[in-house]
Ligand binder design. Sequence first.
Ligand SMILES: Cc1cc2nc3c(=O)[nH]c(=O)nc-3n(C[C@H](O)[C@H](O)[C@H](O)COP(=O)(O)OP(=O)(O)OC[C@H]3O[C@@H](n4cnc5c(N)ncnc54)[C@H](O)[C@@H]3O)c2cc1C
Ligand code: SF4
Length: 477
Amino acid sequence: MSKQKMLQFVSVAKEMPEKREAEARAHDFNEIYAEYADTKAAEQAARCSQCGVPYCQAHCPLHNNIPDWLRLTAEGRLQEAYEMSQYTNTFPEICGRICPQDRLCEGNCVIEQSGHGTVTIGSVEKYITDTAWDEGWVQPIKPAEERPESVGIIGAGPGGLAAADRLRRAGIQVTVYDRHDRAGGLLTYGIPGFKLEKDVVMRRVAQLEEGGVEFVLNCNVGSDISFDAIRGKHDAVLIATGVYKARDLTGPGAGAAGIVAALDYLTASNRVSFGDDVPEYDSGELNANGKRVVVIGGGDTAMDCVRTAIRQGAESVKLLYRRDRANMPGSQREVQNAEEEGVEFVWLSAPQGFAGDPVEAVMVQKMRLGPPDATGRQTPEVIEGADYAEPADLVIKALGFEPEDLPTLWGEEALEVTRWGTIKAEFGTHATALPGVYAVGDIVRGASLVVWAIRDGREAADSILTYLAQPASVAAE
Ligand SMILES: Cc1cc2nc3c(=O)[nH]c(=O)nc-3n(C[C@H](O)[C@H](O)[C@H](O)COP(=O)(O)OP(=O)(O)OC[C@H]3O[C@@H](n4cnc5c(N)ncnc54)[C@H](O)[C@@H]3O)c2cc1C
Ligand code: SF4
């Protein structure tokens, strides 16, 4: 491949990888963006202005060496680009697909700020590591030496897996426990295939298994095995259990049949994609086919639900959100994708109650944005007399998640939590109040992002290595 000069942003326009037509992609769960052709990846990487102070890197939670791997890609030195990329990121091809780049690296790209359109950092990151997989450069972990110490990790989501990878590379014996039958956490059962195809996650799990990480699946810590027993089996423990207590709806009729929780709905759909038997899908309970679907919420989960419903063949799909488009937490790029696929966004609207059992309609209150509150965010206010009934056969609640009460569930009152119920862990080391116990990801941050869970997992692994290297008397303090 020819060597590309950098700083091409003045003459080369920003170009994302080809996006499949909305009509075609609305019928399957495959990803919507194609891979860059080699020449296109090099051309787009060459748009980077190689800033002295790269804001993209500063705003990437992993501080990826973005300008350097862009330059290596532009020069066709892909194996070196891959090595540099995976040095700071355990799962670059996953982040390249699902990070909200507009809020992180790409949103802070200097050429974006100067009006030329950002370098397509996420798509190049994905391209580099997908190429590495195709070329056989991604290999199972082979530690230089085996060490006797063992670490138990509770939760096989991105936080737990990133820590498992790093600890195993250091030769530690790693066991990952998860209550699901497959590893991956929300990468496997939350995020739909049209954002992240499942084989991309499963090949990482297989790589870890081949590298000696032991997975104990279908194992709910707190019922199948006690937290205490896990502490007794291992020299250190990492809690990476995520947040799963769904916020609920109140109001008349909220308990009617046909009103379902977002994660139940998405998990069923993801299981169908794996080819599993899913009775709740076959019975229609968690299947939008032929239905008028209303999704309530404004975050990533709500966006994933509406786009899943379209693919299941819903008659109509509407998303109710109590604020407006500008104040929605979900990614604007995803809003655009959803609109292209036929989702209708009903802004400034909130459910007041539900009619029928099974549900027949959502009673909708219209809202306006009032004056800003103490945080500066405008508060939604009800517009009196503007209520109406929105017909619905399936209502999906996507109002966010809170942590489960782990100290009670696990009978470990000394495990300190914050007033929000998240586990208290020291900034940087991720150490909890219990000696030798660390915590990372959503269970510490509250519902967050994959890239932050990966960062936490990597940092906690380093702290655990330091802890294990201490004399036993110091470690027990
Ligand atoms: C629908 C949806 C879409 C999202 N989309 C995006 C996106 O596009 N981009 C992005 O960056 N982030 C997204 N997120 C957020 C992201 O998925 C999370 O921030 C991330 O997965 C958190 O990682 P984690 O390792 O902390 O926990 P999780 O991924 O939640 O993994 C925790 C694991 O712990 C297991 N577990 C829990 N309790 C126990 C127990 N007692 N015993 C055994 N195992 C247990 C669970 O089964 C699970 O496998 C999305 C979230 C949702 C719900
Ligand atoms: S990990 Fe996420 S934020 Fe960092 S460079 Fe990749 S896509 Fe951007």
